[in-house]
Design a protein. Structure first.
Length: 753
């Protein structure tokens, strides 16, 4: 139930002043009063928690912060503060859990830097949190901090090795190697894992320099330095096959096939298979295809199918390539390459929808093979599923452009890094702009350059290098002028530079462009963001209301209409504010809005009617509020005051009794006392107020205060000629046995009592 706004503001200001002067006891008392006025207000709880924390009352602070979190679950501050309290109390595991929860809130707000900070605190308090190290590694990779990302991946590798999960330890190290293919510590760690050696957790300083541990640098059996082995490892794992997943699968297939034959299998086909493999290695693809096909009836091995299909595709015999490749799709080691080859074959034969599906599945397989935890794998699955669903509605012409982009992506020596970067950008775009945004960037002119430009702009923004970010944005606009997210980033740069008006104009232009394209949700998101920067811009808010009306999002229309009415009031346009609140009231009734929203609107209208001195309308509005919200304290109180101001004491007392009954039902005796004391000061000659206040004092055992009120009541009754009532009041005083009780008995005798 709402309290007294003025009393709340006074208490908060007193608390702030006390906190400024480091008088924490006084701050606790003041913030406590604010909480009493508005028990559902999270801000008062947050400030109270801080004051308690400063006093060292950790248990109390924790309770208050937990309450604040309950009141404002999307505000990270209460969670962050409660984590701090738990850390101070030595409850480190609980504190770490809370820091992780805080990070999730910050992630929801797209504040990656603060999420990272809280993850780091969690890992410092509780080492070995594998899922959090994985999130940190991915976050550092996302913001371009390769050194810290490598450290976290190596930390993951150490923890996976510690729990005997060698496969995941190797995956984590390979992820680190993808960031820096020449990093000595990563290479040594990978060698140690593959040869069964021990590894140590990385240090902050070690990620950029060669490791010096003997287990890293020396062969486990001979003790000799493993220079040659490490060089080979660089070639094998540090560089990617320029033919992409297909090329890697072909190389792997050659090894698998050679092993299979050398173990004495398929002796009748061995000579043809070996001839095919030799021709394959020499680059004589036509001769290799003939030899593979000759061996195929006697050697039905997935590796042979992989190589036949891939070579047929490379020799532009795509229709023939499909059948053998389809038999390899489910193979755990060759599947990604088979899908890649199938995608290219379908692209060459004009089957764009199939090509798109195969290429995306290949991307997903490659990406998933390097995941380090279940959460990341699930996230990847979701991203690629959404991407496939989004592409179902795209025509073949656009699909052909997108497929061409994927094919270019999956080739060259650095294709693995580009796959990771592209997928990360698509995930961020999906989160920020939805499916349409992903399609835009995939199908955009010079999409590959655009992806690089967007990544560069975001890196510059994170570092605060605004001039470089704007220069990069202008270059991107030159080759892709219709890609709206670039223009959105330009507006963001202007905001950071303090150029608010040009930024708002830019955002407005972008929103109108989205509207013209029928992308109302994205237009609404931009207009909402602009309103946070320019809350008093009436035209932008009206545009947003019009947009929400076309979408029939009536609840949001109502909220924005109320905010528009408040804006008019802040700008001094009282009549327009009143008209807008009336429109909001009509809409609220029409859509059956929640009672609290309707009550808020009616209160604002009643305030405006009072400001216009139309007390009759204001009184009617407060009565309507009580009808739909019988316990609304402010409406009851306003009716009490309005009747007193109009000299209608009987009606004022009737309204007062209704308010007192609300307090009584809620067992708020202090509120009853406080209200009556305030009213007695304002209207000292009201006998009904004196009588009620005296009765409350008697119930509370405050005998002296009760006598004072009864004495004043008796004098008022005598002055009004109400001798019988005065005699009854004096009898009550005598029953309380004051010090001068004989004087009251004499007075009672004079009155005939």
């Amino acid at each position: 139930m709402p309290g007294n706004r003025e009393a709340y503001e006074n208490a908060m200001n007193a608390g702030h002043n006390a906190a400024w002067d480091l008088e924490w006891m006084a701050a606790v008392a003041a913030y406590g009063r604010a909480v009493q006025e508005f028990p559902e207000d999270p801000e008062a709880h947050i400030h109270l928690g801080l004051a308690l924390l400063e006093l060292g009352r950790l248990e109390d602070a924790l309770k208050v912060y937990n309450r604040a979190h309950h009141l404002a679950p999307n505000d990270p501050i209460p969670l962050e503060k409660s984590a701090d309290v738990l850390e101070r109390m030595g409850r480190l595991r609980e504190a770490a859990t809370q820091y992780i929860n805080v990070s999730e809130v910050y992630l929801g707000q797209r504040d990656l830097d603060k999420a990272i900070g809280n993850w780091e605190r969690a890992t410092r308090l509780t080492p070995g949190l594998i899922p959090i190290h994985a999130k940190l590694a991915q976050a550092y990779e996302r913001i371009g901090d390769k050194k810290k990302a490598i450290r976290e991946y190596l930390t993951l590798a150490f923890n996976f090795k510690r729990v005997n999960d060698l496969e995941k330890a190797i995956r984590a190290t390979q992820r680190a190697l993808r960031l820096d293919k020449n990093n000595p510590q990563v290479l040594n760690t990978l060698r140690a894992l593959e040869t069964g050696g021990d590894i140590l957790p990385p240090t902050d300083e070690a990620t950029g320099v060669p490791a010096r541990s003997a287990s890293f640098d020396r062969d486990a059996k001979t003790g000799k330095r493993a220079t040659q082995s490490r060089t080979s490892l660089k070639i094998e794992t540090g560089e990617s096959d320029p033919l992409g997943p297909m090329g890697e699968s072909m190389t792997h297939a050659l090894n698998l096939l050679a092993t299979y034959i050398m173990e004495g299998n398929a002796l009748d086909a061995a000579s043809d298979a070996l001839a095919a493999m030799e021709a394959h290695r020499q680059g004589d693809f036509d001769r290799a295809i003939q030899a593979y096909q000759k061996a195929e009836p006697r050697l039905r091995h997935p590796a042979l199918k992989m190589n036949i299909g891939a070579l047929l595709m490379l020799r532009d015999r795509s229709a023939e390539a499909t059948k053998p490749l389809m038999e390899v799709v489910g193979h755990p080691q060759l599947g990604a390459g088979a899908l890649h080859a199938l995608g290219q074959a379908a692209f060459k034969t004009g089957r764009q929808r199939e090509a798109c599906r195969f290429l995306i599945q290949s991307l997903q397989t490659v990406d998933t093979n390097l995941t380090v935890d279940a959460d990341e794998a699930a996230e990847l699955t979701g991203t690629y599923r959404e991407l496939l669903n989004a592409l179902n509605s795209v025509n073949d012409e656009v699909l052909a452009n997108i497929n061409r982009r994927f094919i270019e992506l999956l080739q060259g020596k650095d294709w693995k890094q580009r796959v990771a970067d592209t997928r990360r950008q698509l995930s961020e775009t999906m989160e920020e702009q939805g499916v349409k945004g992903v399609l835009d960037i995939l199908a955009a002119e010079r999409g590959d350059k655009l992806s690089e430009a967007v990544g560069a702009i975001d890196r510059y923004l994170r570092r605060g290098q605004l001039t470089l970010a704007m220069d990069e944005a202008h270059r991107a606009v030159e080759f892709s002028p219709s890609y709206l997210p670039i223009h959105t980033r330009m507006a963001e740069i202007m905001v950071r530079e303090g150029r608010m008006r040009p930024a708002i104009q830019k955002y407005n232009v972008v929103a109108k462009a989205y509207l013209a394209r029928g992308e109302n949700d994205r237009a609404a998101a931009i207009l909402t963001e602009v309103l946070q920067m320019a809350p008093l811009d009436v035209s932008i808010r009206e545009s947003l209301i019009d947009l929400l009306e076309t979408e029939e999002k009536w609840s949001e229309v109502l909220d924005q209409t109320v905010d528009l009415a408040d804006t008019h009031h802040q700008l001094g346009n009282v009549d327009m504010s009143r008209e807008t609140f009336q429109a909001a009231e009509r809409l609220s009734n029409r859509i059956g809005a929640p009672v609290e929203k309707t009550v808020r609107i009616k209160h604002r209208l009643a305030d405006l009617e009072q400001a216009r001195l139309d007390l009759r309308r204001a009184q009617k509005m407060y009565e309507e509020i009580i009808t739909i919200s019988p316990d609304d304290e402010r409406a009851h109180r306003m009716l009490v005051d309005m009747n007193y101001r109009q000299g209608n004491q009987i009606e004022a007392i009737r309204r007062l009794d209704k308010l007192l009954s609300v307090y009584a039902r809620n067992k708020q005796i202090n509120r009853i006392t406080q209200l009556l004391e305030e009213l007695v000061v304002l209207y000292p000659n009201d006998m009904g107020l004196r009588s009620r206040l005296a009765q409350i004092y008697k119930q509370l055992g405050r005998t002296h205060d009760a006598i004072v009120q009864l004495d004043a009541l008796g004098e008022l009754q005598l002055e009004a000629g109400l001798h019988k009532e005065a005699a009854n009041t004096i009898r009550q005083i005598v029953q309380l046995n004051p010090e001068n009780v004989e004087d009251y008995r004499k007075l009672l005798g004079q009155l005939g009592g």
